[in-house]
Ligand binder design. Structure first.
Ligand SMILES: Cc1cc2nc3c(=O)[nH]c(=O)nc-3n(C[C@H](O)[C@H](O)[C@H](O)COP(=O)(O)OP(=O)(O)OC[C@H]3O[C@@H](n4cnc5c(N)ncnc54)[C@H](O)[C@@H]3O)c2cc1C
Length: 318
């Protein structure tokens, strides 16, 4: 059953009320709330989520340990009753702000492009991790190479662990990881920058500092880490290494509209998840702050509520 739509005489009629770009935890959660508001929604699904290489989503209430693809499958299954929510496979490659609405360009896998219009847009496009250019990093990403002890620390508790990265970030991460294991080694990319204070703090936690360049990670075909190999050829047996990967936005859509972003490139939002461009909202990893699937879903939900309230205000003027 299609919802009864309010018509807003002063505004152009668009294809949908809301376009959601990205069908990860943030996008699906927003789609659920907007579907329940009988909003006409199009969700554009551009491919796998950020955590696709990981065996499980941890720390997600009621879904702890669920495979990433299964979490999203359940999310989409639960959207089936809401027939005002539609999905389309394809990447949104362009966005234009017109008077009171947005025009989006979607590229399908076939290369075919089409345009459609929406009154509000939610960017839930996430980020992409940039891994250090070391042999084996990419192959072991998500299993032997980990990014977050809150997501994976419990699974590798009390095991021989390492932390790899630049002096500026490695100390904090190593101290954090030492909560999960008494055997942590810090492999520092630029040891000349490791301050005496940082070295003292690491020593106090019995965290050994390794200063030689790492040239390779060795692991199993299943993605488990076995050894960190140093330039000298020495091998250090470890079961996981935590890194602080740089990241970038998965799309340039916020840039295209000149949205305000922070120094790390994350899309700034106000308390209602609205970006600096009115009518354009953002949720999940694409925005600043802690990156977790449950938090992304919560932001998606908050964005959806605020979008629906804004649309309602536009439809029911004073
Ligand atoms: C290896 C790894 C393991 C992790 N493990 C955990 C964990 O155990 N627990 C936890 O809470 N968090 C974990 N995380 C973090 C978690 O993955 C993110 O916080 C979460 O996925 C953010 O959800 P999101 O919806 O914002 O983005 P994503 O899940 O990345 O979804 C974004 C979606 O947008 C799509 N998209 C991007 N650009 C476009 C476009 N132009 N057009 C259309 N679609 C587009 C993408 O294809 C993707 O489907 C992990 C992260 C990594 C890297």
């Amino acid at each position: 059953m299609n919802p009864v739509r309010h018509r807003v005489p002063s505004r152009p009629l668009t294809d949908v009320d809301v376009a959601i770009v990205g069908a990860g935890a943030a996008g699906l959660s927003a789609a659920l709330v907007l579907g329940r508001c009988l909003r006409q929604v199009l969700v554009l699904d551009g491919g796998p989520p950020r955590n696709a290489p990981s065996p499980a989503v941890q720390g997600f209430l009621t879904r702890d340990g669920t495979k990433p693809a299964e979490l999203l499958r359940l999310g989409r299954e639960q959207l089936l009753p809401y027939d005002s929510v539609e999905f389309a496979a394809g990447r949104v490659t362009g966005i234009r702000e017109l008077t009171g609405y947005f025009q989006l360009t979607v590229e399908a896998e076939t290369g075919h492009t089409r345009m459609f219009t929406a009154r509000k847009v939610l960017l839930a496009t996430g980020v992409e991790d940039e891994l250090p250019p070391i042999d084996g990093m990419r192959d072991l990403w998500g299993r032997g190479v980990l990014h977050c002890p809150y997501c994976h620390g419990w699974e590798v508790r009390n095991q021989p662990l390492a932390v790899y990265g630049r002096a500026k970030l490695v100390t904090g991460l190593a101290l954090l990881v030492s909560r999960w294991s008494p055997d942590v080694v810090a492999c520092v990319e630029d040891p000349a920058y490791l301050t005496a204070n940082a070295r003292r703090r690491l020593r106090r936690q019995k965290i050994q500092v390794r200063e030689e360049p790492v040239i390779r990670l060795e692991g199993t075909k299943a993605g488990e880490l076995r050894h960190i190999v140093f330039e000298s050829g020495e091998k250090l047996a470890r079961t996981a290494v935590f890194i602080h990967a740089h990241q970038h936005q998965r799309t340039t859509l916020a840039e295209q509209l000149g949205c305000r972003r922070n120094s790390k490139g994350a899309v700034w939002v106000d308390k209602k998840q609205q970006t600096s461009v009115p009518g354009l909202y953002a949720a999940g990893d694409t925005t600043p702050g802690t990156q977790q699937a449950l938090l992304a879903a919560a932001e998606g939900s908050a964005a959806a509520i605020n979008i629906n309230e804004t649309l309602t205000r536009e439809e029911c003027p004073k």
